[in-house]
Design a protein around this ligand. Structure first.
Ligand SMILES: [Zn+2]
Length: 271
């Protein structure tokens, strides 16, 4: 009984102390660099905006901030709940990107013909549909590791200039490995797309990690999971190959928050 009373007094004292500084929770953890991902946590039910745009908030109050290749040097995060507002200006580190010039390519490889264009557009629609979904899931909390180990043959953000024509920057990381090397899921999630033959990316797989965060795996020789299957960090998902347009066996691994491409290497850390 005495113990119960002591506890009640302690709680009351704590409440009295905590009440005046009862600021709205806002925790931000991640890589504050172009291409980085920041995981935010606030009060459940809060409204969040990032750079003025609304962000999806999970039922537990988690949200994500995706810093694109060319993210500005400052990004404002605002959370609002029950009449309280918290604003935080994130300072984002700038990066230098490689420029890769490839000349003397056959014209066919640089400018796809109409039939190829039709396939490319259909592929992009399917990939875009997965990127547009934002499930109320927080599978990304498992953290990320490398889906396969090998030599990094292509880095995030590099600008490709083919026959003098600037192309979209490389939006993932390439890992060269022997054909047939098993690829594992780098994090928990749900398989959101399985395609046996995309124009550029060949055998292609996508995993949804929640709140709009998705990852893509390309050029595989074999896919080992089904659409809708739940995977955990370490589940075998496919094998390294050279399907689609690839100059050698490698895994192209991409991570996006919505339509914003992020650098998978920053998520996985040094190999
Ligand atoms: Zn690539």
């Amino acid at each position: 009984m005495r113990r119960g009373l002591g506890y009640a007094i302690a709680v009351l004292l704590w409440l009295a102390w905590a009440a005046p500084v009862d600021a709205l929770e806002l925790n931000l953890k991640g890589t504050f660099t172009q291409g980085g991902l920041v995981i935010g946590k606030t009060a459940p039910g809060a409204t969040v905006s990032v750079g003025g745009a609304p962000a999806k908030v999970s039922r537990d109050g988690y949200f994500l901030v995706g810093l694109g290749r060319d993210a500005p040097s400052s990004v404002q995060v605002q959370v609002r709940s029950r009449g309280q507002t918290q604003v935080r200006a994130l300072t984002i580190k700038k990066r230098q990107y490689q420029v890769q010039r490839i000349d003397g390519l056959p014209k066919k490889q640089v400018t796809p013909d109409p039939a190829a264009l039709k396939r490319i557009r259909a592929d992009n629609r399917k990939i875009g549909a997965v990127r547009a979904q934002a499930l109320d899931a927080v599978d990304f909390l498992s953290g990320f590791h490398w889906p396969v180990r090998g030599r990094i043959s292509g880095v995030f953000g590099s600008q490709r200039i083919l026959n003098g024509q600037p192309r979209r920057p490389h939006n993932g990381v390439d890992v060269a490995a022997a054909p047939g090397t098993v690829i594992v899921s780098p994090a928990d999630g749900v398989v959101a797309l399985v395609h046996s033959d995309m124009f550029f990316t060949g055998k292609t797989l996508m995993i949804d990690h929640g709140l709009g965060l998705s990852s893509v795996y390309a050029h595989m020789s074999q896919i080992l999971v089904r659409d809708g299957q739940r995977v955990v960090k370490g589940t075998p998902i496919g094998k390294v190959g050279q399907t689609g347009r690839a100059s050698g066996p490698h895994l192209h691994w991409g991570v996006s928050l919505g339509r914003t491409h992020l650098d998978p290497a920053l998520l996985a850390g040094p190999m």
